[in-house]
Design a protein around this ligand. Structure first.
Ligand SMILES: Nc1ncnc2c1ncn2[C@@H]1O[C@H](COP(=O)(O)OP(=O)(O)OP(=O)(O)O)[C@@H](O)[C@H]1O
Length: 282
């Protein structure tokens, strides 16, 4: 599959502080790529560099087949969507008027506004001034603006960090739809469930270094143990090996009608991160 982003040996330092150490990764066209790491691991710094908001110290970056220095070109910026914590919304204007301004900028029809407001669950609030919105609602307006022009590549920095579970579900469904329609997504998060749900591949970032990069499924197989968990009547939990002896045990419990549930003992992305770095993602 074609790479839409190629990053080689990326380094970023702020004075003596090294925020990114030799990070190398690619984002493939059409995928949702997750950058997972705890606070301070370098996620926002990476997004800022990839979207030309910050200069990197060393390394090679290519986006859409062009060296990063050219990405500032307006024709490139039109192919990119960005959601960061810096909203850039006009507080006194309504949601609709904010988005209408961007429609003009991107030269797209205002009929698209209702579509994106549907995605972020804000159709009924479109005539409300931004200054009257909650933090989570503003985050949803910013996301609506980021996807207004159906970008080829969408950068999302912790897209659901200020949202409640219902709105998070709404946004996840919207992002899946956008991805199915062809937008490649680069997403940072410290929410492992979000990553498991949305991402085709994930990179684990720890103290500015990429520790691991693969599909969630491969990681779970690589780090999983070869056991099966049984929950028996009376809520007793039993872990058995995936071998002939384990099979015999499971058979006996099933035969005696003692089994409530059977699960393979797969680690979550959070478990894997903990195993790898000794610290949790949040
Ligand atoms: N402008 C800056 N000047 C100095 N240090 C900075 C600057 N921006 C970021 N850093 C440092 O670089 C490191 C990575 O920060 P970054 O914001 O990329 O982390 P993050 O993974 O996005 O964290 P969070 O999840 O809290 O947003 C941190 O140690 C941070 O203090």
């Amino acid at each position: 599959m074609e790479n839409i982003v190629e990053v080689e040996n990326l380094v970023k330092s702020f004075g003596n502080k090294i925020a990114l150490k030799d990070a190398t990764f690619n984002v493939k066209k059409g995928e949702t790529f997750g950058f997972l790491g705890p606070s301070g691991s370098g996620k926002t710094t990476t997004i800022k560099i990839l979207t030309s908001q910050l200069q990197h110290t060393a390394g090679e970056i290519t986006v859409f087949g062009e060296k990063l220095s050219k990405v500032k070109d307006p024709s490139y910026m039109k192919r990119i969507g960005i959601l960061t914590d810096n909203s850039g919304l006009y507080e006194r204007l309504t949601i609709y008027d904010n988005l209408a301004l961007y429609c003009k900028l991107y030269e797209i029809n205002v009929s698209r506004i209702d579509e994106v407001l549907e995605t972020v669950n804000l159709v009924d609030e479109k005539k409300t001034a931004v200054q009257k919105l909650s933090k989570g609602m503003k985050q949803r307006v910013t996301l609506a603006r980021a996807i207004l022009h159906k970008p080829d590549l969408l950068f999302l920095d912790e897209p659901t960090s200020a949202l409640d579970p219902v709105n998070t579900m709404h946004i996840h469904a919207g992002l899946k739809k956008l991805n199915q329609e062809g937008t490649t997504i680069f997403l940072t998060t410290h929410d492992m469930q979000e990553a498991e749900k949305l991402c085709d591949r994930v990179a684990f970032l720890h103290e500015g270094e990429i520790k691991l990069l693969d599909t969630p499924k491969n990681l779970s197989m690589q780090f999983g143990d070869s056991t099966i968990k049984l929950v028996l009547k009376g809520n007793q939990t039993l872990v058995v090996d995936k071998n002939g002896e384990g099979a015999e045990q499971i058979y006996q419990y099933l035969k005696n009608d003692q089994v409530l549930s059977i699960h393979s003992n797969e680690p979550s992305l959070g478990d894997i991160f903990l195993q790898l770095t000794g610290r949790s993602l949040s």
